[in-house]
Structures are given as C-alpha cells and as structure tokens.
Design a protein around this ligand. Structure first.
Ligand code: CAA
Length: 283
C-alpha cells in the first residue's frame, strides 16, 4: 500500500522528532497529544530544529515552510482515523499504550498500519490488544530523531510481509537505515545500550569514578559521542529505568537488575534534562 499520511501519537521528545522527519520527507502529518501545551511546545521545537537545519545549510527556507505546513496538530485521537500509518510515541508504559490503541482502533480505516515507537515493550503483546495484529509492528526511532540514522523495525509474531515492506519503504524515504530486530525485550539497541548505562550508574554508586570521570573515560577511551551518564540524562532516567525493568522482568536474569541509584533518582523526580536535574544539574 502507498503511505501518504502519518498519524503520530505523543508530542514529546520522540513524537516531535518523528513528526519533523516525516513532514520533511513529504508526508502529511497529524500530531496528537492529550495536552494542548505539549502540542504547542512540539510545534515550537520542530520550528527551532528546522531553523537550525536551515542555518547549517541542510534544509532550504522553502522546505522548512513546506514542512511546517504539512504538520497539523489535534487533541482528538479519532482525527488520526484516516491516516495510512500511525506511530504511537506516548509514555513508555504498557497500560498507557494499550489504552491508546483501544481508543483509536474503532476509528481506523481497515488498511491503516499501526506501529509503536516503544523502546522495549513486546510488540506481539501490544498487537494482540488491537484488531489488526498482522498490520502492527515496532517502528523504533533513536533520539535525536532528526540526526540519528537508525530505525529499528520489529515484527510481532503475526506481522505480515506487506506491513514490514511498507514500513521499510517509509524508512528508506526518510533517508534513514532500517535494522530488523526480533521481538525480544529491548530489541537490539536497548538490549546492548541500557546495560552499559546501568553499569555506568553502578560504577558511580560504588564510587569507582565520579560523574565527570565516568563520562570522560567513555568519551575519550571508547570514542562515544556522549558519556553514559550524560546520555542517560538525555534519554530520560525514567525511560532508562523502565527499559531496565523490561529487560529484568522479560529475561529473568539478575545481570539486568536496575542500579538502586537509578531508581532513587527517578523516585526523586530527577529525570535528567527534561526536569533540569539528573546526573548533571541543568538549572
Ligand atoms: N534536530 C535537528 N538537528 C539536530 C538536533 C535536533 N534535535 N540535535 C542536533 N542536531 C544537529 C546539529 O545541528 C548538528 O548538525 P551539523 O552536523 O550539521 O553541524 C549535529 O546534529 C550535531 O549537533 P551539535 O553540534 O549540536 O552537538 P554534538 O556534535 O555534540 O552532537 C548529538 C549532538 C548528535 C546528540 C551527539 O552528542 C550524539 O550522537 N549523542 C549520542 C546520541 C545517542 O546515542 N542517541 C541514541 C540514544 S538511545 C535511543 O534513542 C533509543 C532509546 O530507545 C532510548
């Protein structure tokens, strides 16, 4: 099937990036959130990130204006009913995602492909709560979406070939690279990345190094663009903890035990950049 219109659910860090790259590649986008404030903030962020791309000569001013004109926002989920592909990018909590799909499904045209940007939750389980498990899959972007080259595509047990091919084509049209991952906890990227971040938090917790020395060691010693603690703040400590819990529960191995210090920071509401405080202080 040919995909022209994209529904994006959730206007946060990932959702606004997804709306940005989709519209920049010529898709019409309907961006949904339960909060008008979040939608306004997302539109502002997209404008700012596009302006940055114009400033660096990556996007023309004309393309920036056309991109912004292709993005519509709505607080009504049924407005996404006529889109060809829906990407859910709401909070990383299974009950929240399931409730969204249950509300959305009655409004969808039969051929719409449903996907989730989940970073670790079972695609098969999410799909089973919809009316179209064969047209359901994982469509996982990396942060910051406009910059990162990879999209993980995850087939649930029932996903059909036409759905996979249609999503693969969209990734190609974005100028990004698709990696196929099987539907197991954390897929590929987070199965490897999150235990590394968690280990960095243990390294801090046990006093092996301080925040600066841990990050500097990994930047200069392993050539990572960001240190693991800086990256954890960037991703969001609540998201890191949620993914570690999925790995721990799903793989039943103590090597995935979330570091108690990570749990404590989340309990304190120190979630990283988004709350201005995490391993670093952004205030
Ligand atoms: N929108 C558009 N462009 C952006 C952008 C955004 N949000 N953020 C950065 N850029 C652009 C900049 O304009 C700049 O462009 P040029 O190359 O044309 O100069 C380029 O990206 C680099 O940015 P900066 O110069 O500002 O900063 P930097 O060189 O320090 O790079 C970074 C910033 C790209 C974020 C880099 O630090 C990096 O790659 N960090 C690691 C990010 C990472 O690992 N992401 C994956 C997280 S895991 C995940 O997302 C999965 C999950 O489920 C948790």
């Amino acid at each position: 099937m040919s995909i022209r219109t994209i529904g994006v659910i959730g206007a946060g860090q990932m959702g606004n990036g997804i709306a940005h790259v989709m519209a920049l590649s010529g898709y019409d986008v309907m961006l949904n959130d339960i909060s008008q404030q979040a939608l306004d903030k997302a539109t502002d962020t997209i404008s700012r990130n596009l302006a940055r791309q114009v400033g660096r000569g990556k996007v023309s001013e004309e393309d920036m204006n056309a991109t912004l004109a292709r993005i519509r926002t709505t607080m009504k989920l049924p407005d996404l009913g006529q889109t060809d592909l829906v990407i859910e990018a709401a909070t990383e909590r299974e009950t929240v995602k399931q409730a969204i799909f249950e509300d959305l499904v009655p409004h969808l045209k039969p051929e719409t492909i449903l996907t989730s940007n989940t970073s670790s939750i079972s695609i098969t389980r999410l799909a089973s709560r919809t009316d179209r498990p064969e047209r359901f899959m994982g469509f996982h972007f990396m942060n910051p979406v406009p910059v990162m080259q990879l999209v993980e595509l995850i087939r649930g047990i029932a996903t059909d070939d036409a759905t996979y091919k249609a999503c693969h084509e969209v990734v190609k049209n974005l100028g990004k690279t698709a990696a196929s991952a099987e539907d197991f906890p954390g897929f590929i990227v987070n199965r490897i990345l999150m235990p590394m971040i968690n280990e960095a938090v243990y390294t801090l917790y046990e006093g092996v190094g301080n925040v600066q020395s841990i990050d500097e060691s990994m930047k200069l010693g392993a050539n990572h663009p960001m240190g693991p603690l800086e990256l954890a703040d960037f991703i969001g400590l609540d998201t890191c903890l949620a993914i570690m819990n999925v790995l721990h529960d799903g793989l039943a191995d103590t090597k995935y035990r979330p570091c108690p210090l990570l749990t404590k920071y989340v309990e304190a509401g120190w979630l990283g950049r988004k709350t201005q405080r995490g391993f670093y202080d952004y205030r």
